[in-house]
Unconditional design. Structure first.
Length: 302
């Protein structure tokens, strides 16, 4: 049984006239009659009563017509859904992310993506940078938003955002009275850091800046995310480096200052398998790139 047989039957059933149905289908009447007979033979029942004066549906024909319409509607829906999926407008996208991404750039990207593609199911999973590589390689997540470095030949990575870091100090800390703070001023200070396992490059870069200044930092506490680090600073445990955006998010009892003559950057990268064929991935990357451009333009204007 072919799809066109169902379409022929529906036309005859709705017109109850072979001539009118043939005209509607842009064909002649004899081939149409033959197609309907062939359909009835395949189904095994009479679907239409025919006389010289009228055509009418049998009881079996009535039931068959209802289900034919449903079948064709479902096929049309399936075609549309397949086309939308291929265009990246429908499906399931699994995103892994580190907690700090929710304070930076992830929310506006997800918000824009959901606005443009409301039929896509987005699944967000908070996963450490260390674990995300494995999850990507296993195909458990489509895309990862994490801290560098990430090096694997099967993965494509690109910088999603780079944010300059600032020094976070308790508001009553003696260094807040200085006109300019240098890296040497941190020599004897208790330092709180984001753990190396959580944010490798930021941790290593900070250590290197200190060593270049001739001292080893006095790290008294580590935490997995920088919002935890700021909480420890507000408690007077020590001082720390955090992305500059923290100034907008976490005021508490903390003061933020730049450090002269050094540039410590916090970076997030987007990563995905090079062989990932999920069409939703491309759309997400496009929106992410647009968001990065808007962020750069906003930073430039300020």
């Amino acid at each position: 049984m072919e799809l066109r047989h169902l379409q022929y039957f529906i036309a005859v059933a709705e017109e109850l006239h072979f001539g009118k149905a043939a005209l509607r289908l842009n064909m002649t009447q004899p081939p149409l009659s033959q197609q309907i007979k062939q359909l009835e033979k395949e189904v095994g029942v009479t679907l239409l009563k025919r006389t010289k004066r009228f055509v009418e549906l049998t009881a079996a024909g009535e039931i068959f017509l209802t289900h034919c319409r449903t079948a064709l509607m479902q096929i049309d829906q399936a075609i549309e859904l397949a086309q939308r999926t291929a265009r990246g407008e429908h499906g399931h996208l699994v995103i892994g992310f580190v907690g700090s991404a929710t304070y930076e750039f992830l929310p506006p990207i997800v918000r824009e993506y959901r606005k443009k593609f409301p039929s896509v199911k987005i699944e967000l999973r908070e996963i450490s940078s260390f674990r995300q590589q494995d999850e990507l390689l296993k195909g458990n997540i489509d895309i990862g938003i994490l801290h560098p470095p990430l090096q694997h030949t099967a993965l494509h990575t690109e910088i999603a955002q780079s944010s300059p870091c600032v020094l976070a100090l308790p508001k009553q800390h003696p260094l807040t009275s200085k006109e300019a703070i240098t890296i040497e001023d941190l020599r004897d200070e208790p330092i709180i850091t984001v753990a190396k396992e959580a944010w490798p490059t930021l941790y290593i870069d900070f250590i290197q800046f200190c060593e270049q200044a001739g001292f080893k930092p006095n790290i008294v506490q580590e935490a997995t995310e920088y919002q935890m680090v700021i909480g420890l600073v507000s408690a007077g445990i020590g001082i720390t480096f955090v992305p500059s955006s923290a100034k907008k998010l976490f005021n508490l009892d903390v003061t933020y200052r730049t450090i002269d003559k050094i540039q410590l950057n916090a970076e997030w990268v987007i990563a995905y398998r090079k062989d990932n064929q999920n069409p939703l991935l491309k759309q997400f990357i496009n929106i992410s790139n647009c968001q990065q451009l808007r962020t750069k333009e906003s930073d430039a204007s300020t």
